[in-house]
Design a protein around this ligand. Structure first.
Ligand code: ADP
Length: 867
């Protein structure tokens, strides 16, 4: 029992004891008082009463005896005798009372009886004595005084003694009763004081307990409002809810008053099965504890919540046998969600760790494959060094394996840079046309090798000059395209579609879409393939190789650019990966409409309607009027009609590949029928053969697909200046003439130095070499100003690296020190390396391994022409 309860019990017991003592003492005192009263009435009171009667009787006896003194005739004597005998009867009666009730000395009562007997005898003698006639009055008086008066006096004295004693007893008993009354009063006062004290103590305790109960009630109420657990206490037999916590409305969405009236209002928000289960559990005699998590539809938000319901049967109702139920509702949505997230995170972490180990084995496989190729082919080349063709074949394969290895290493480096947060994106103007043409060139080549059809399409009037990181966009597109080509079988199709999604003054959002007719991806793996080191399945890894990094890198790049990446795919049919990237616009982007083009009426003939619309859009933007048709016959008819209407077409753009009447045939017929109209063939294949054919059928020029605005402007400019069409040729050393230039090649690696010399040899430039930065600085310092036209500088070198060497040259006090073009040669293609080389004072960047066309282009630009 708690301390509080014990105190209450003890004080209650004390109170009862006090009341019992009070009652007991009251009864006792009453009894004692009664006893005293009884004593008084039985003894002193009766004795006094009888004694005073006896005194009276004695006086009456004296009175009668004195009558004999005056008259002693026989009648008188007889009458007196009779009277006195009657008095004696009364005396006898009262003496007996005195004898019985007197509490004093018995000898006194005995003396009284003795005197009475004497008096009786004396009286008898007096009667006889007085009866004699001769007796005189004086004789009778003398006899009376002698025989009777003394006895009477004796008796009176004894009686007064007895009465005095009786009075004393009376006083004694009376004062004893007074003492009892005083005691009783004191006791009552004491008991009352004790009762008041106990009651006061009790009241204080009750008050404190009431305050404590109120405080606990408040806390309970506060708890009920604050916690996320609702509880009901109910007595189902009496059909009522005893308590419902005030947070019910917040958690369950139903007001407490409503629940108090009818807790079953919750039923519609719980499924039928769960309802039955709860009802069964609530039945009397069910389990003493039932719990389950149910799906609860919140009445306000309509949201499905996970509600843990626990029902406990407890005894404690008002009636002994009446069970009570405590029902607890806990909203576990967040808990379960967190639990699920934790489980998922754990699964992901485990999966990531598995993927990393798989990645390591895959990486070692991926690295070993090209390494084996390189080592094997080098050995073969060494063995067959006199067989030139074989050596060239080996070198070609070595080059391919090396490129593959480089891509792999770049991927891993990119990923590690991204993951360590060190990768920064560039924001600089770039040429979208050049970027897409570069991508398409590579894709065409790879697709042709694999016998896959590749096409590229532009949709919308996007700027050609945009601001962004073209290197990374290129990497993303190449990744998507090489995946599409990798997973598409021979005879399949891969297409790159570039569409302007949104355009405002500051930005253009462009969608790049890579479609393929490859193996496709199962929908459940859509998310997985974007994770680092993840591939769709082990089967894919086995069949196609790869590291599982490409898409992860793409995703990170796209997200860093503020865009998004996604896909749609059907297993066995193909996939479409898309990337949305917002680019900033260059202020003076696009060609404004020109006056001379306003005269132009153009016609586009292409079975691809998107392409027709795109070209028409560009032409209209330049100021020309433009129509389009989707076949050759229609084009011929339109041209004829226009001529008849004296509004002839100045330009007809005809797609090379069209059903029914192909582009070449359409061009031939158009040229025959309307020689004044410039016919231009649109083709995806920029090949000499195509140009030749075009020329043969009278086409004035060939325009590459997809048609860029700048390409269109160039074409129109060419046509209008009447220069005619140029055959397109691959750039190469033969196009460049650096004969009067001197180039210093600074490279510490012998092999790389040799490669650079070999590659640049055909340009005719004078080539000098230095083995490190230190030597380069010394050579430059020793040369006369203007001796060198350009320095190709490796970056990482012993003694002095390329950056330090460049800084040293730039710091020299000679006219060409500040302006001589210095190009970095480095394997690091990261933007921060480019940035670093710029900071050191370099003018540009050539990435290793060396791409010949890129080298010549860069050199040409740095040397100021030469073509
Ligand atoms: P990998 O180096 O393995 O190609 P990626 O990150 O580029 O790495 O691609 C991850 C996985 O996504 C691939 O292994 C493949 O399973 C799947 N995948 C990517 N592109 C395609 C596609 N065009 N068609 C089918 N599956 C693809």
């Amino acid at each position: 029992m708690p301390w509080e309860g014990r105190v209450t019990l003890v004080s209650g017991l004390v109170l009862v004891l006090l009341l019992v003592a009070f009652v007991f003492m009251t009864i006792l005192n009453t009894y004692r008082l009664m006893e005293q009263l009884e004593q008084i009435s039985e003894h002193p009171f009766r004795v006094l009463d009888s004694a005073s009667i006896l005194q009276n009787d004695l006086e009456r006896i004296q009175f009668y005896t004195e009558r004999l003194q005056y008259n002693n005739d026989p009648d008188m004597v007889a009458e007196v005798r009779e009277q006195i005998e009657t008095i004696y009867l009364e005396v006898e009666e009262h003496l007996q009372i005195v004898e019985e009730r007197y509490l004093g000395e018995h000898s006194e009562v005995a003396a009284l009886r003795e005197q009475l007997e004497r008096l009786k005898t004396a009286n008898e003698q007096l009667f006889q004595y007085a009866a004699a006639e001769e007796r005189s009055e004086s004789e009778i008086v003398a006899f009376t005084q002698q025989e009777i008066t003394s006895s009477q006096a004796e008796m009176e004295e004894i009686l007064s003694g007895i009465m005095d004693y009786a009075r004393d007893r009376f006083d004694y008993y009376y004062s004893a009763a007074g003492d009892i009354r005083t005691e009783g009063t004191i006791f009552v006062i004491l008991i009352t004081a004790a009762v008041v004290a106990v009651l006061n103590f009790y009241r204080t305790r009750i008050r404190r307990q009431t305050r404590e109960i109120l405080r606990q009630n408040r806390l309970f109420d506060l708890l009920g409002r604050t916690v996320d657990t609702v509880f009901f206490i109910s007595s189902p037999r009496s059909g009522r809810e005893d308590y419902i916590s005030p947070n019910a409305e917040r958690i369950l969405g139903v007001p407490v008053e409503q629940l108090m009236k009818d807790p079953y209002v919750l039923r519609p928000y719980i499924t039928e099965k769960e309802r039955e289960s709860i009802a069964a559990a609530l039945k009397d005699g069910g389990e003493s504890c039932w719990k389950s998590t149910v799906c609860y539809r919140h009445p306000h938000t309509g949201e499905d919540r996970d509600l843990l319901i626990q029902v406990y049967r407890v005894s404690g109702g008002e009636k002994e046998d009446e069970p009570q139920y405590i029902t607890v509702f806990t909203d576990e949505t967040q808990l379960l969600r967190t639990q699920r997230e934790l489980e998922e995170a754990t699964a992901r972490a485990e999966q990531a760790s598995r993927a990393k180990s798989e990645f390591l084995s895959r990486m070692s496989h991926e690295i070993r494959t090209p390494m084996n190729g390189i080592i094997g082919m080098t050995l073969i080349a060494l063995q067959k060094s006199d067989d030139r063709e074989k050596v060239v074949e080996c070198l070609r394969k070595i080059s391919m394996s090396s490129k593959h290895l480089l891509v792999l290493i770049n991927d891993v480096l990119d990923m590690s840079k991204i993951e360590s947060g060190k990768l920064e994106l560039k924001r600089e103007p770039f040429d979208l046309r050049r970027l897409l043409e570069g991508v398409a060139d590579l894709a065409y080549g790879q697709a042709a090798q694999r016998e896959i059809t590749f096409g590229m399409q532009l949709v919308g009037d996007m700027d050609e000059q945009l601001i962004g990181d073209s290197l990374r966009v290129n990497q993303i597109l190449m990744n998507l395209l090489s995946n599409a080509l990798k997973f598409t079988p021979r005879g399949g199709k891969v297409a790159l579609r570039v569409e302007l999604l949104e355009s405002n003054v500051q930005t253009q959002q462009i969608r790049f879409e890579v479609q393929d007719t490859g193996c496709g991806i199962a929908e459940e793996n859509f998310g997985k393939i974007f994770e680092t080191f993840e591939q769709e399945s082990a089967g894919v890894a086995h069949q196609y190789g790869g590291t599982g990094l490409g898409l992860a890198i793409c995703k990170r790049f796209v997200e860093m650019m503020g865009g998004r990446i996604g896909l749609s795919s059907t297993l066995g049919k193909g996939s479409t990966f898309f990337v949305h990237i917002p680019f900033q616009r260059v202020e003076s982007a696009g060609t404004p409409p020109r006056e001379e083009y306003r005269q132009l009426r153009a016609l586009v003939a292409d079975d691809d309607l998107e392409s027709c619309e795109h070209i028409a859009l560009l032409l209209r933007k330049l100021g020309a009027r433009c129509d389009w048709v989707d076949n050759g016959y229609e084009a011929l008819a339109r041209v004829e009609r226009a001529r008849d209407e004296s509004d002839p077409y100045g330009l007809v753009l005809v797609d090379w590949k069209m059903p029914f009447l192909d582009g070449v045939e359409t061009a031939r017929r158009l040229h025959g029928e309307a020689p004044e109209t410039a016919v231009v063939l649109i083709t995806a294949f920029d090949e000499d053969e195509v140009r030749e054919k075009a020329k043969n059928v009278g086409a004035r020029d060939v325009l590459n697909k997809p048609v860029f605005e700048s390409a269109l402007v160039d074409l129109l400019d060419r046509l209008w200046s009447e220069r005619g069409a140029f055959p397109a040729r691959e750039e190469g050393p033969a196009d460049y003439d650096f004969r009067d230039k001197c180039i210093l090649i600074v490279e510490d690696n012998d092999l790389n130095r040799e490669i650079a010399v070999e590659l640049l040899g055909p340009s005719g430039a004078r080539l000098e070499t230095a083995c490190d930065g230190q030597e380069a600085v010394e050579r430059f310092a020793a040369s006369r100003p203007g001796h060198y036209d350009l320095i190709l500088m490796d970056v990482q070198m012993p003694r002095m690296d390329g950056y330090a060497a460049t800084r040293a040259i730039r710091a020299m006090e000679r006219p060409d020190g500040k302006c001589i073009p210095i190009l970095a040669m480095t394997a690091n293609a990261f933007s921060e390396d480019v940035e670093k080389s710029r900071e050191a004072g370099m003018n540009g960047h050539i990435s290793k391994p060396i791409d010949l066309a890129e080298v010549y282009r860069t050199l040409s630009a740095a040397l100021g022409g030469g073509m």
